[in-house]
Design a protein around this ligand. Structure first.
Ligand code: 13P
Length: 341
């Protein structure tokens, strides 16, 4: 492992003004997204859609530091035969790969999941590195509900994240460590704050035991938000303040950057809250985005599976990338949002 090299990649992934495009939807998830816009989830349609994002030249070179790919996409070629990994690199962005095999029911823990994919992971990492990946992603899922999360679920998932992260660094790949506390449910923001703090403390303890070098990783957490069905929603300021409090209590300063997931927030909400956190500032890490839905909802709708809508979709993607890029600098405003509309 070369920590200097890992740190260089991790630092580039969270560079000010830039963030990560999460385009690693599994087969089932991308089908759900395509169903919503009336598009068949065929291999060609998935390729055409993702290629149009990766060929949004200005957005990719100025605002997208890295792209998380799914196994199918890292092996695909664009319409002209160029591997999509090369398209991303030529745009000045870094290709990465989701390596977990999904969240599966956790035995004797109704309603909870454990993320699988450790068996054979070293060999898969070697192959992905050969295919051009420079970083990886593993998502652990913690749900909040009556009687959950359990300690068993949190510790099992944190342990798996640490084993994954150590294997990545062993193979000179930067791990994105993603413990996602879901915003489904009717819990209030205080409950999300409490659970997120417990989860992050457990994750960093496991990372330490596994000898993961924090300088060579990126943390991808949820923001501290109330459940979607909670009657009492919170202001962007409250969300930003609570999120920053928890991160300061849990995340060592040697982590180069924190790239939030959007997790079901609307695209503008995800931008506004990131922006408020960066306006507050005073933290040792770069705070950026690693959004899936919050970057892609608009371009997906604009595209709707039609070749003639390609440019419209690229414009919509470039706009969200630009707004989020500004939010990483604390320079986003609602007026900029309206101007584009
Ligand atoms: P969302 O931003 O849609 O939550 O997706 C990010 C991601 O990569 C989840 O693993």
């Amino acid at each position: 492992m070369n920590l200097v090299e890992l740190n260089k990649i991790a630092t580039a992934m969270v560079a000010p003004g830039k963030g990560i495009l999460a385009a690693d939807e599994s087969g089932g998830t991308i089908k759900k997204r395509f169903d919503a816009i009336g598009v068949d989830s065929t291999e060609n349609n998935r390729r055409d859609y993702r290629e149009l994002l990766f060929r949004s030249a200005k957005a990719m070179s100025e605002r997208i530091s890295g792209v998380i790919l799914f196994d199918e996409t890292i092996r695909q070629k664009g319409a002209d035969g160029t591997p999509l990994v090369r398209v991303i690199e030529q745009a000045g962005s870094i290709p990465g790969i989701k390596v977990d095999k999904g969240a599966k029911p956790l035995a004797f823990s109704p309603g909870e999941t454990i993320t699988e994919g450790l068996d054979g992971l070293r060999e898969r990492l070697i192959e992905y590195r050969d295919l051009g990946a420079r970083f990886c992603k593993w998502r652990a899922v913690i749900d909040i509900g009556p009687g959950i999360p359990s300690y068993n679920c949190i510790s099992a998932n944190a342990h798996a994240l640490a084993r994954y992260a150590a294997l990545c660094q062993e193979q000179s790949l930067v791990p994105i460590v993603e413990p996602e506390v879901l915003m489904d449910g009717d819990h209030d923001i205080a409950r999300c704050e409490e659970v997120t703090e417990f989860v992050l403390k457990t994750v960093f303890q496991e990372l330490y035991y596994a000898k993961v070098q924090l300088e060579g990783m990126v943390l991808k957490p949820n923001m501290v938000v109330p459940g979607k069905k909670c009657a009492k929603q919170a202001s962007d300021m409250e969300i930003a303040e609570k999120t920053l409090r928890v991160l300061k209590a849990c995340v060592p300063a040697s982590v180069p950057g924190i790239a939030f997931l959007s997790g079901g927030q609307s695209d503008v909400e995800a931008t506004a809250r990131l922006d408020v956190m960066n306006k507050i500032g005073g933290v040792p890490w770069n705070l950026t985005f690693s959004y899936g839905r919050a970057l892609q909802a608009a371009p997906q709708k604009a595209w709707s599976g039609k070749t003639e809508n390609r440019e419209k979709a690229q414009t919509a993607f470039a706009h969200r990338a630009e707004m989020n890029g500004l939010a990483t600098l604390g320079k986003w405003t609602r007026e900029l949002e309206k101007k584009a509309a």
